[in-house]
Design a protein around this ligand. Structure first.
Ligand code: PMP
Length: 282
């Protein structure tokens, strides 16, 4: 496979990662996951904007303009001739002798991006998935898409060990977000989701879903709900770049609504589907 390494597309054997890279030693960096449908990137501008916003929040300078990065990503897709999958892109603060504070001399950041070919989780999108509650033990800057994912990793592992697809994290009684997704509840024809704040990642799919809700006439209330309220919801959804609009049909083995994908969920999925780039000529 061909990898984007800083501003060059190279074979993966050519990529050299330093053992003193601050991403490797401190998780000192940021990342994005961008979906490719039919050879085209989906919501790339939004992902690139969020990448630069995350960089700003940790005082990391990405030495390319957004336009140049956007073009490099297109080149990466074309070189790899990928139709469906996603780009994983990360930028670290670079290589420097290990000390917690930022390097005191100028150090170049290190960018790597590569493509994974994947297919859409169509069976789960139809049948829904199981989730469980996990205490949110992460830091208080979950708005930054940082490489420090240990809290998320432990939450997801707990979910997998319970045969669940996702962990629904909560601070005290209040639901924040999934380990790698945003969470929504629908009750009596209203969709509820945690407001954008430092406690959640402002998902790009979340924004697309809120647009879909507007289109299908589903009112949205950006207010957090509790674990107890979650169990009383008619429908629960999780969303992410790869999981799209994913129905959650049980939480801690308790069925949500009828225990199958709900009608509003299906309508949101249909509206979402219309936004996906289709291949040329189809
Ligand atoms: N929250 C967290 C913690 C995530 O890791 C993700 C996935 N990147 C999301 C939410 C969903 O974000 P997006 O829709 O932009 O993929």
């Amino acid at each position: 496979a061909k990898i984007l390494w800083n501003d060059q597309i190279v074979s993966e054997e050519e990529v050299k990662i330093g053992y003193e890279d601050r991403g490797y030693q401190f998780g000192d960096g940021i990342y994005e996951v961008i979906k490719i449908y039919n050879g085209d990137v989906f919501t790339a501008t939004e992902h690139i904007d969020r990448l630069y916003a995350s960089a700003d929040k940790i005082q990391l300078v990405i030495p390319y303009t957004k336009d140049v990065l956007h073009k490099m990503l297109h080149e990466l897709i074309e070189t790899n001739e990928v139709q469906n999958g996603h780009i994983y892109l990360q930028v670290t603060r670079g290589i420097s002798p290990r000390q917690h504070n930022f390097p005191t001399t100028a150090v170049d950041s290190v960018l790597t991006a590569y493509i994974k070919e994947t297919s859409r989780p169509l069976a789960q999108l139809e049948n829904g998935v199981k989730a469980c509650f996990v205490e949110d033990i992460r830091w208080l800057r979950c708005d930054i898409k940082s490489l420090n994912l240990l809290g998320n990793v432990l939450a997801k592992q707990e979910a997998i060990s319970k045969d669940c697809y996702e962990a629904i994290q909560h601070r005290g009684e209040v639901i924040t977000e999934g380990s790698s997704s945003n969470i929504y509840g629908i009750k009596d024809g209203v969709l509820y989701t945690h407001p954008v704040s430092n406690l959640i990642l402002n998902g790009i799919t979340r924004k697309v879903i809120l647009d879909c809700c507007e289109e299908i006439g589903l009112p949205v209330v950006e207010e957090a709900f509790t674990k107890a309220q979650a169990l009383e919801m008619d429908e629960i959804i999780m969303s992410s770049t790869n999981a799209e609009v994913m129905p959650i049909v049980s939480v801690d083995e308790k069925p949500i609504g009828n225990g199958i994908r709900g009608e509003w969920t299906q309508k949101i999925q249909q509206a979402f589907e219309l936004k996906i780039p289709s291949s040329i000529g189809v």
